[in-house]
Ligand binder design. Structure first.
Ligand SMILES: NC(=O)c1ccc[n+]([C@@H]2O[C@H](COP(=O)([O-])OP(=O)(O)OC[C@H]3O[C@@H](n4cnc5c(N)ncnc54)[C@H](O)[C@@H]3O)[C@@H](O)[C@H]2O)c1
Ligand SMILES: [Zn+2]
Ligand SMILES: [Zn+2]
Length: 344
């Protein structure tokens, strides 16, 4: 039996993530086998390491982790027609059913039957991964493979930023971790008039500026509402994109978003968010949740944005061999990085 190296969550509980060997995945008639060339570490992988609520509810280890990846197709099942050996591909981490009422109406982002790569089934922190042909997305082989591996988290930023029109609008981006920073770059490419980032980590605040923010506000040191208004002719922003999930930050956004404005929420936090209801109602605000990506729409949009000049290269701060996954998880946990990409 041919073996491959991979990073596995071995069992339930805090820890138990290790580099090990497993048999190469088998493929069915409608599957493709991908030689993984780059796999990025996600905050979710850190949660899985520590066996938090998210992991406890969904995982049944042992499971190969990793869900942000790109690679080369090395084998295809008998029934595969759309993908060929040699193609450079990636995929959404969400494998959707394509048959529930939501999928059939184009709402694949909230499919009831979503199966997540690297969570419910074996993931991509490995030399090889097998996925259904229907999930494989062909990529431009001239693009850097590290960036192709980031299309899954980039898709969250694109889904959020394109939910409502932001061209020529004033936009606040809360939480400039990797996804928020990519959100800044997307807003810039889409032609936002002004982008105000809100972030407390100085390294990430700097990254937000480099990726296109006009200003960054430190919510610990400054009064966010008055600073935003000062930067926006005393009025506020038209659209808020939240990638922090921080309850206090989202509550504050209700103060500095303009009447008839939008608050788009992609960040996930542990605490319930309390809304000042009168503020919300009388200002006529729209608050929209964002889950994953719309398949295939968000993917088409990402390709279009790359063609329009979107540059996410600066979000990649570390490229490490797969063997150094632990160092990558530590960097992510401490927030001392943008994106960490592993090379199996
Ligand atoms: N909706 C989805 O489908 C989806 C998918 C992936 C990730 N997420 C969530 O999106 C968020 C962004 O992902 P990421 O990988 O960039 O996460 P991250 O944790 O690296 O980034 C969050 C950033 O928010 C900042 N932050 C925290 N409190 C803040 C505050 N009060 N004001 C301003 N900034 C604050 C942190 O310093 C950090 O840089 C996370 O909450 C993640 O769980 C959602
Ligand atoms: Zn992820
Ligand atoms: Zn479905």
């Amino acid at each position: 039996m041919e073996m491959m190296k991979c990073v596995v969550k071995e069992q339930k509980g805090d820890g138990f993530v290790s580099l090990t060997q497993k048999p190469m995945p088998e493929i069915g008639d409608y599957d493709v086998l991908i030689r993984v060339k780059a796999v990025a570490i996600c905050g979710t992988d850190v949660h899985i390491r520590h066996w938090d609520d998210y992991a406890q509810k969904r995982m049944n280890p042992p499971t190969v982790i990793g869900h942000e990846y790109a690679g080369e197709v090395v084998k295809v099942g008998k029934g595969v027609t759309a993908v060929n050996v040699g193609d450079i591909v990636n995929s959404d981490s969400h494998l959707v059913c394509n048959s529930c009422d939501l999928c059939l109406n184009g709402h694949t982002d909230v499919c009831y039957n979503t199966v997540v790569i690297g969570v419910h089934r074996d993931g991509a922190m490995a030399e090889y991964i097998s996925i259904p042909e229907s999930a494989a997305v062909k990529c431009d082989p001239s693009m850097p493979i590290e960036q192709l591996a980031l299309m899954e988290p980039l898709g969250v930023a694109v889904h959020a930023a394109m939910e409502f029109p932001i061209s020529a609008k004033k936009v606040a981006v809360i939480g400039c971790g990797p996804i928020g920073c990519m959100g800044v770059a997307v807003a810039r490419t889409l032609g936002a008039a002004k982008i105000i980032a809100v972030e407390l980590n100085p390294q990430r605040a700097q990254m937000a500026l480099e990726m296109g923010a006009n200003a960054v506000i430190d919510p610990v040191k400054e009064d966010v509402t008055s600073k935003v208004k000062e930067l926006c002719d005393g009025l506020g922003v038209d659209v808020v994109l939240d990638f922090s999930g921080n309850a206090g930050a989202i509550m504050t956004a209700l103060d500095y978003v303009k009447p008839d404005g939008y608050i788009v929420c992609a960040g996930l936090g542990p605490k319930p968010v309390t809304l000042e209801w009168e503020n919300f109602v009388t200002k006529g605000i729209c608050i929209k949740g964002i889950s994953g990506r719309e398949i295939p729409r968000t993917w088409e949009r990402m390709k279009g944005l790359f063609a329009a000049g979107l540059d996410i290269s600066k979000v990649i701060t570390h490229v490490l061999p797969l063997e150094e996954f632990e160092k990558g998880l530590d960097l992510m946990e401490k927030g001392q990085c943008g994106k960490v990409v592993l090379k199996p």
